[in-house]
Structures are given as structure tokens and as C-alpha cells.
Design a protein around this ligand. Sequence first.
Ligand SMILES: *Cc1c(COP(=O)(O)O)cnc(C)c1O
Length: 486
Amino acid sequence: MPRRHSWAEPYKIKMVEHLRMTTRAEREVAIAEAGFNTFLLRSDDVYIDLLTDSGTSAMSDRQWAGLMMGDEAYAGSRNFYHLETAVRQFYGYRHVIPTHQGRGAEHILSIMCIKPGDFVPGNMYFTTTKAHQELAGATFVDVIVDAAHDPLDESPFKGNVDLAKLEALIARVGADRIPYLCMQTNVNMAGGQPISLANIKATSQLCRRHGIRIMMDATRAVENAYFIRKREPGYENHSIAHILLEMCSYTDGCTCSAKKDSLVNIGGWLAVNDDDLAEQARNLVVLFEGLHTYGGLAGRDMEAMAIGIEESVQYDHIHARIGQVEYLGQTLLRFGVPIVRPIGGHGIFIDAARFLPHIPREEFPSQALAAALYVQSGVRAMERGAVSSGRHHDTGENIFPKLELVRLTIPRRVYTQAHMDVTAEAVVDLYENARDIVGLRFTFEPKYLRFFQARFEPVIGAKVLRSAPVEAGMHVDAMAALGDGI
Ligand SMILES: *Cc1c(COP(=O)(O)O)cnc(C)c1O
């Protein structure tokens, strides 16, 4: 039989959810009402929603059937035992404590392990993870390799820990002030870039020598395992499940948001091997989340999670998931659109600074591009640039981070290849008419996490896109036939 090269989906569609098709005029009104901030759009006004891949997965028929098998007992639900078995089987940890989502597990781990004045090293941070470490009194120290900060660096494992940076921290503050190393997998904030097994092993050896625990953020560990199989010599014939187990075997526990890899809309867990830590965690979970056999979830949620975990490690699933992201990225690259390389696991990151060189950083090119993309096509993306970075504590000046990005995040099992084509066509059209995109200025700026609720206006006129750009390129006939329906 000829080898199949396509990433095609290993499922077919049983149920559809209708989307409201809007006109460009309607979208111009919607984005203006949303203050040119895609977070403030109503989802009903969005055609293809690439804001996030968190909790946006499509569940399988088996998972939906699992919802009907919910055992809503307060204590000892059968679904908890199913979840515990699944985590033990696929992640290998001894003790499993469910939480309402990832940050619930981060909260418990942080207050359990961190003393004020401690330091927590990590291969780049994640927003909620770092916030909980800091709330518990720790200082986060970034020990990721320098390549992670360079959008043009093609290294296969830009999520690796820089062992020299870690050793320098240990020498500076002492191992007893480092409660654990927080190991990110498929590092979200670096663009979905993996850590290698060789690096996990070496980091673990260094930490063990100093008696420092490793706690993994396993939220994207399955996507990471896929990249290890693809890119790390010696693993090309290993199953995803095997690689995942080996990754976890070098760590002491994990926090996990099941809203990503595990294919559910809500849920998470904390897992540890140490009996005393598990005891403490069970004491704390009952305070903040719920009893240790439900952790803020319904029995049916735990059932869907257990089934989702089993499905997530199937090679065909993860191959198609990452294949779809790769397909969108390669399509954009063919048209010369500047994106972060290599293409990561969960989304495409457009380099807005290179896309819109005529818009100064003070006029927020990423925010303007995300707004223009919505007007052009109904595709919703997320700003990851200066607006997200906020202002300096001391000077009040805007922080201009190295990377000024727009993130197109792909939900799992939700959109088709044609949806990816529509997205690519819209981005390419904008790229070819980039000078029509106008910068933005604040009309309302919240004090904290301003990107969620900030409002803007275009610096010239009332529109972020000066005029309807000529619909050039591969889809011009189809667009003419459809009118401006998308
Ligand atoms: C989403 C996410 C979290 C937080 O999980 P929630 O379920 O949103 O609370 C933690 N780490 C990573 C890497 C994530 O992507």
C-alpha cells in the first residue's frame, strides 16, 4: 500500500454547529463596538475563532457518551477512579488530584511547596503558572535557552532548559531556596516549542544532584512527545504513549490543564509521586476546589477527561492536530508571510512588526493586525505584543517586548482544511495590502492585564482598514461568487 503523506483527520463529522456568516459592513460595526479588541467581540460575530486552543476542543462521540456515564457521587465517584487510572497509565504518576482547571493545580502546588523568598526556575514562564508562584512568595527565573527568544532561529528544541543558567542560579541562591524547577512542555510563550528528552534527562540529573524536585507543566506534554518522535534521533519508532511516560519518569509530579492536550472543555489535575506531598495536596484541594475525588468537577467531566487522555496519545490524532497547524503555517510561508519559525504545536505566530513596518510600535501593530484580520474575514486572533506586555512598574512607560506577534491558535478537531485556507487567504490579502492597515491608540486602558479589556480607536479615521482591499490571489473567483459573505 502506498504510504499516506497527508495529515488528514482520523475522524468524520457526526454533528455540526452552524456559524453566522457576517458581511464586512457588519464586522466593521462589531469591531468598532468592541473597541478594536478581539477579546471584546461576541463569539456569535466570529466566523473562525482562533483566539485560543484552551477548552475549545471538539469532544468525540465516546467522550459525549462518557458524560452520560457521570457518577455524581460526592465521594469516590467511579469516574474519579477512571481518571486516576488513565493518568497513572499514560503519565505514570502515583497520586492524582483533580482540579477545576490547570491553575487550580498550580495554586495548590505553589502554596504547598514555596516559601516566601524562594526562587522557581523554569524554561520560560506561563502567565497563570508564574502568577501563582509569585503569589506564594517566589521569584520566577527564566532558564530557557536563548534560541527561544529568536523568531528566526530554526533549532528543533527551542524549549530546552539552559543548564548553565540553571547551575548559575543554584550557585547564586543555593539549592535549599529552590523548591522545584517548573518544566514547561511545548513552551506556549515561545510559540509552542518543544523540549528534548535528552534535555529533560540532563536537567533531571542536575536537579537530583542538588535535591531539587522537577514539577512538569504537562498541559502540552503530548504535543511535545510528538515533536520528540519527529525530531529526536532514536525515537522515530516509539509510540507517543511511550515517549510521554519516559518524559514524566524524569520528573516528580505535574500540573495539567486538561483543556489543551486532553480534549475537554474544562478540567485539570495535579499529580505527584511523593506520599507526603500527596497527603498535603489532598488537604488543600478540599479547601479550594472540592473533595479530593472530584476537585471542583462533575463526575461526567472527569469521565470525559479520562477518555480524552486515552484519545490524545493516539498517533493519528496528534499527527493530524499538529499537521493542521503545520498546514496553515506552510501555506502562509509560501506567500512570504513573516511567522515565527519553526512552526509550533498549537498555533501560528505572525510577526506583526515585519508585517506592518509602517506602523510604529506605539500604535500597536499586533492589535491593529488582529482587528484588521477580523474585519477582512471574520477570523478572530489574539494580540501577543506590547498591549499584552503592559507598562513598566516604575516608569509607567509601555513595555515593548522583543516579539510583536499575532497568534492564530488552532482548536483541536474543530475546523477543516478549508477553514485554514480561508484564514490563510485573509492573512495573505492583508499582507499584500498591508499599507491599508491603520495603527491604534488607547481610548480606555485597564490597570491590570490590559489586553483583556482595553479599548482603542484608529489613529486616522474610524476604520482600521482604510478601504476594502482588492481581493487578489487564488480565491478571487470564489469570493466573487459568494459576494462578501465571509
Ligand atoms: C492554559 C495553560 C495553563 C493554565 O491552565 P488553565 O486550565 O487555563 O487554568 C497552564 N500552563 C499552560 C502551558 C497552559 O497552556
